[in-house]
Design a protein around this ligand. Sequence first.
Ligand code: FES
Length: 260
Amino acid sequence: IDYGTPASRSEKTVSLTIDGQSIAVPAGTSVMRAAAELGTSIPKLCATDRVDAFGSCRLCLVEVDGMRGTPASCTTLVAEGMVVRTQTERLKKLRKGVMELYISDHPLDCLTCAANGDCELQTQAGAVGLREVRYGEGANHVFARRAGEENDRFLPKDESNPYFTYDPAKCIVCSRCVRACEEVQGTFALTIEGRGFDSRVSPGMHESFLGSECVSCGACVDACPTATLTEKSVIEIGQPEHSVVTTCAYCGVGCSFKAE
Ligand code: FES
């Protein structure tokens, strides 16, 4: 189970109520993690318990008594006496609207995608109940690919790294790869550049992953929720039925790999 944010090590305990259920968790715990410990899964894309919360996808919105608006549960920390609601009709509508925008800027080639069945965007679209999209259903990307066009929104794949492929068309700019590179591997090879539709992950000042500071550790591939960063072995032979993940922070030759 992925609780959404790393566990707090505080010895102080905080009590709160989530959807009418009481829970006591260590101070410094996120609302998202506290809800997960109660068995409530709040939709998320940018949060994972492997890296610190960033709050970029805005899918994990909740309502908190006394707080204005709908804060992101991954970056909101628990407080004594806090009262949280995670499943109101208003929240469901907001999350569906956010997901609709993501899908409108994403290729809809799921059936032939390497991540099909193992894609968090696909899973969360189902979780928020998205059945139709009003904004073109990723038509811009699909059309550009078929036409062989290249523009700022549809950059070509980067196949330079021998272990993985980077496909910017499938990037949802959640920055999980950037944070994994920094926090898991301790390398600062990746960044987010551009704004709005033009924003994307990039290997810094370098033109390709191979020519960058990337040490091919695989932390970014492991953190990616879509098929943006995909192991070449997965693209060639499909998803394994069983996988084993190993991570070594000291080796720069592809220490995170999956094998049947
Ligand atoms: Fe909280 Fe993305 S999961 S903002």
